[in-house]
Design a protein around this ligand. Structure first.
Ligand code: GAL
Length: 714
């Protein structure tokens, strides 16, 4: 440095440590147990900005926690215009998340590029919800708030300066040699000159997810009717055919809360006009009203790509991208002008006449039809940023339209991202693998999104029944008959079983509704992977196990990825069967588990083999579990109607449950018009179980009628 002038050497002194040790990360604890770290200059537009998130007030009530990682081991470096982020990993640690994956649950060791897209049969990061959030089995979470395509090496790279390097082995002679040596870090490349990262404390993994969801504003609270049954009719159905369909449900006694119309309701689609086709729907307002009187709401399919025949076409041109999708204009929904034109039209044509919601299609991808990354948008945001956030934008601004009208919505969308938890939309796709659908249901709980394993068609009655069983234990119980024209009773040989399942879905509405309220107020995902359950296991092999497979099948079972069973709400474990399966293994976490249908003890921290027959989907209840149920109805209760409830208790343990109540339809709950009723079941001195429920709060909505108790395990 002797030869350098003082200015240059000062610069060198500043730059050298940055290059070697990385950029300074400024940490700030923004809520109890949530830290925001900033390094460099992150992009001005990011996921949380696109979603316009307002953190949940619940965050203020959370307990303080220690920073869950070694801060000094978190590193950011800038390189070739990109930010390289490195976070430490311990040996005994499994990772979950990184978006809505369809085939994998354990993410440690995986390499992906997070990129909004349809799911192309491989978990490479291209998915409907490429959420840059992961949660660790050690009980913390990490989120990178960037609307760029992020390269992720989730514990695969090995640095030469690693402090915990893998053991060097000789492949010639050492049978323990591994093709994937141990890696001690998650590494990411973010194409931006800075990063904004969030670290969430637990203490349990599920608590880190709750914090992540609460940062987004908490999970969505659907209307009660959204948790009933929904049928999507054939794409070219007319108003009369739709009415006949609803009548058939009623006459045959199948529950139905909303019907989805597919592209044919629009005068033109692909590209779309958003206007009714008057030959099929001559009187849209009268039609929607008549359906409503039958207790059936209407949901409309659309994509946002605008036809030259749409009345808003000319007005919206200045606010659209350079490229078209199926010859339709692509509105730049990051601009207020574009969304005003589009959603004012939706509001006028649909929402004001009583349409209850949308299925917003094709906002995810398929490179071959979506705008290419060379496209530019009038907001100046990159095509990549618009792609990563398009699902958020359509959800946010359609949701706001319903909020303005003080009526809740529940619909479908094909793309989302971080920040999307509060939007009442469920993701779906065209991939029709029942197994993948269950894996996605599990992963949705790690990603702050909802997913439905919809039923479309089936080759056999058995397949129909099996698929139907899982949708009834998912966020949206739906048949999507847009192409098949199927109805619940299409296979007469299983029609009674299908009806019983749909009725069970309805009877469980008090449970589903309360579980969604917990998603909203506490951030707890209503559908979750087993690894989040106490007494289950993390999916990491115990290093010093002496047990052989024969000695301890449980340990062997829980170190594998468990992709075929999941938790539904606080107390239920669901273990679906797929076509052709007559028997299956179920891994029961530690603690006693009971059969949902009979209340009989099934097992405790063990692997059980069951052969349930085709009529039922195996469901197990945790010891002390409480499930509030209502009578089977054709439509979810509306208009503040009082409903009797039966409170079921399972096992011998004392139990408690928080039952949620509000008007089920409006946004009054946001102003405090809701209540929680505390349910308790306790053993009396003689061993008899006794239940109690707290009185309704005065001045709060009260839709709970007579209460009866059922002790399933007595
Ligand atoms: C697909 C969608 C289907 C159906 C269809 C209508 O993109 O995934 O569920 O809505 O469009 O054209």
């Amino acid at each position: 440095m002797r030869h350098l002038n003082p200015a240059v050497s000062t610069l060198f002194l500043i730059l050298f440590p940055l290059l070697v040790f990385g950029q300074v990360i400024t940490w700030q604890e923004i809520h109890p147990g949530i830290w925001k770290g900033t390094a460099g200059k992150p992009d001005a537009y990011d996921l949380l900005k696109a979603a316009e998130t307002v953190p949940s007030p619940t965050l203020a009530r959370l307990q303080k926690q220690d920073f869950p990682l070694d801060k000094a081991a978190i590193m950011v470096q800038f390189n070739h215009g990109k930010s390289y982020l490195r976070l430490p990993l311990q040996r005994n640690e499994q990772l979950y998340g990184f978006g809505l994956n369809f085939q994998t649950i354990h993410q440690r060791g995986r390499i992906m590029q997070l990129h909004a897209d349809h799911y192309g049969k491989s978990d490479n990061g291209r998915t409907h919800a490429p959420v840059p959030f992961y949660v660790s089995s050690l009980g913390y979470g990490v989120f990178v708030n960037s609307a760029k395509y992020i390269d992720v090496y989730a514990g695969s790279g090995v640095r030469k300066d690693s402090k915990n390097p893998p053991e060097i082995m000789d492949r010639n002679t050492d049978k323990n040699w591994e093709a994937h040596p141990y890696s001690d870090a998650v590494e990411m490349l973010i194409p931006a000159e800075g990063v904004e990262i969030y670290v969430f404390a637990g203490p349990k993994p599920v608590n880190a997810i709750e914090r992540f969801n609460l940062l987004s504003g908490g999970g969505c609270l659907p209307p009660r009717w959204g948790l009933g049954f929904t049928q999507r009719v054939h794409r070219l159905y007319t108003a009369n055919q739709v009415k006949r369909e609803a009548k058939a449900f009623e006459e045959k006694g199948y529950p139905l809360d909303f019907i989805g119309l597919e592209p044919g309701w629009q005068s033109k689609s692909y590209p779309c006009t958003f206007e009714w086709d008057r030959s099929r729907f001559p009187d849209p307002q009268g039609f929607v009203k008549e359906m409503d009187q039958m207790g059936v709401k209407i949901n409309l399919w659309t994509n946002p790509y605008i036809s030259p025949d749409a009345s808003i076409y000319k007005a919206i041109i200045p606010y659209t991208g350079t490229h078209t999708v199926w010859n339709g204009l692509v509105p730049d929904l990051s601009m207020p002008q574009a969304r005003k034109i589009l959603f004012d039209q939706f509001e006028k044509e649909h929402v004001r006449i009583g349409v209850s919601g949308y299925k917003i299609d094709e906002v995810d991808g398929f490179d071959s039809y979506l705008w290419p990354d060379v496209a530019t948008f009038p907001s100046g945001r990159s095509s990549e940023q618009i792609r990563q956030t398009y699902g958020l934008l359509v959800q946010k601004h359609s949701y706001e339209m319903f909020r303005r009208n003080n009526t809740r919505t529940y619909g479908l969308v094909r793309a989302s991202n971080a920040g999307g938890a509060p939007f009442p939309y469920v993701i779906y796709n065209d991939n029709y693998s029942h197994e993948d659908f269950i894996t996605a249901l599990i992963n949705s709980g790690y990603a702050g999104v909802l997913w439905t394993p919809e039923v479309r068609a089936s080759k056999t009655a058995e397949e129909w029944l099996r698929r139907f069983q899982t949708v009834c234990f998912s966020p949206m119980a739906m048949i999507n008959a847009w192409s098949s024209g199927m109805q619940p009773w299409t296979y007469p040989e299983v029609a009674p079983q299908i009806k019983a399942l749909a009725e069970l879905r309805m009877r469980m509405i008090p449970y589903w509704y309360s579980e969604f309220a917990k998603y909203h107020y506490n951030g707890t995902p209503p559908f979750r992977g087993m690894n989040l359950e106490d007494g289950f296991g993390t999916g990491i092999k115990q290093e010093k196990t002496t047990a052989t497979l024969e000695e301890n099948p449980y340990e062997e079972a829980v170190t594998r990825e468990v992709k075929d069973q999941y938790m539904a709400g606080e107390y239920l474990l669901v273990a679906p069967l797929f076509t052709g399966q007559t028997t299956r293994k179920v891994i029961l976490p530690k603690g006693k588990w009971y059969d949902f249908y009979t209340g009989k003890l099934v097992g405790d921290g063990e692997v059980v083999t069951i052969s349930p027959g085709t009529d039922q989907i195996p469901v197990f209840v945790k010891d002390g579990g409480i499930i509030p149920m209502m009578p089977a109805m054709l439509h979810a209760p509306r208009g503040g109607r009082k409903t009797d409830i039966e409170i079921r208790h399972y096992g011998r343990k004392n139990g408690s449950y928080e039952l949620y109540d509000d008007d089920g339809e409006t946004f009054a709950y946001e102003k405090g018009a809701f209540s929680w009723r505390s349910i308790k079941v306790e053993q009396e001195p003689g061993g008899r179980l006794k239940g109690s429920i707290s009185a309704p709060e005065s001045g709060k909505p009260d839709t709970i009628g007579a209460v009866t108790w059922r002790f399933m395990t007595e």
